[in-house]
Each structure stands twice: as structure tokens, then as C-alpha cells.
Design a protein around this ligand. Structure first.
Ligand code: HEM
Length: 130
């Protein structure tokens, strides 16, 4: 096969040498949390439909959601909802043309990650103690 002259062109980033950035990782997380929230929504709708149908239909979803595993899923969902909401607000801010410079976008990413954990903690405190 003839050698193709490739010159000194940059290679596209390969997954093994790709350095994750706050901008790309927070963007990927927005998609993951958005899709995970669909699963949470289905679980909660299953629980509500069960409650409206009768004791037998309610027993299963209620047992799952009120188990330790259900607590874990709901806590993760609270974080996902806060994270996804803050990321959505970030999109609104970006739509106004602000915070688009790379260093500002990176700082914004750190703010939404930190904010999502703080808000999750506050939500857990409110639900457990209030
Ligand atoms: C339970 C509530 C929510 C669910 C189930 C949900 C679900 C989703 C899904 C499935 C996606 C697309 C992900 C993909 O492309 O793979 C998405 C994207 C998005 N959501 Fe949500 N979402 C919810 C709440 C919100 C809220 C409250 C906001 C705004 C404050 C928001 C703003 C956005 C934005 C801006 C995108 C596009 C992100 C991008 O293009 O990178 N979402 N959401």
C-alpha cells in the first residue's frame, strides 16, 4: 500500500490521552443527569400510580423506594436534579453571551458542581430534620 504523506498535522485526541476539562465533563454530566432523571420520574410515577390503584399495586414500588437502596437512588436523584437545574441555568446565562470565555466557563463548571453538592446537602437536612 502506498505511503500517504500526512505532514505534521495534529492527531485527534484519543480517549487514552484525552485530558478531561471542566467544560467537557460538566457537559457530559448534564446529559447523564438529564437521562437519569427520566428513570427517577418513571419510578415516582410508578409509586404514585400504585398509591392510586390500591394496596397490592402500591406494595412493590413503596418497598423499593423506602428501602436503603431507594434512599440511595432518591439522594442521587436529588443531586442529579440540582446539578441538571444549575447546568440548565448555566445554558441560559451562556445564551446571553456571558461567561463564554474558556477560563470563565471552567469556573462556571466548578461552581455548578460545588453548588449541586451544597444544595443536595441542604435538601437532605431539610427533609431529615424539618
Ligand atoms: C425531572 C426534570 C428533568 C428531566 C427528566 C430532564 C431531562 C433532560 C434530558 C433527557 C436531556 C437531554 C440529554 C441528552 O441530550 O442526552 C436534557 C437536557 C437539558 N436540560 Fe433537562 N431535564 C429536567 C429538568 C431540567 C431543568 C429544570 C432545566 C433548566 C433549569 C433543564 C435544562 C436542560 C438543558 C439546557 C438541556 C440541554 C443540555 C445540553 O444541550 O447540553 N432540564 N434534560
Amino acid at each position: 500500500m502506498p505511503e500517504i504523506p500526512r505532514g505534521n498535522r495534529p492527531l485527534s485526541p484519543h480517549i487514552q490521552i484525552y485530558r478531561p476539562q471542566w467544560t467537557s465533563v460538566t457537559s457530559i454530566l448534564t446529559r447523564i443527569t438529564g437521562n437519569a432523571l427520566i428513570v427517577t420520574t418513571v419510578l415516582i410515577v410508578w409509586w404514585l400510580v400504585g398509591a392510586a390503584t390500591g394496596p397490592e399495586a402500591f406494595a412493590w414500588p413503596d418497598a423499593i423506594l423506602r428501602s436503603w437502596f431507594g434512599d440511595l437512588v432518591l439522594l442521587a436523584s436529588v443531586w442529579a436534579l440540582w446539578y441538571h437545574t444549575l447546568a440548565g441555568i448555566r445554558h441560559l446565562v451562556w445564551s446571553t453571551g456571558r461567561f463564554l470565555e474558556i477560563h470563565r466557563a471552567e469556573t462556571f463548571g466548578k461552581i455548578i458542581v460545588a453548588g449541586s453538592f451544597v444544595l443536595t446537602l441542604l435538601t437532605a437536612i431539610v427533609f431529615i430534620f424539618v
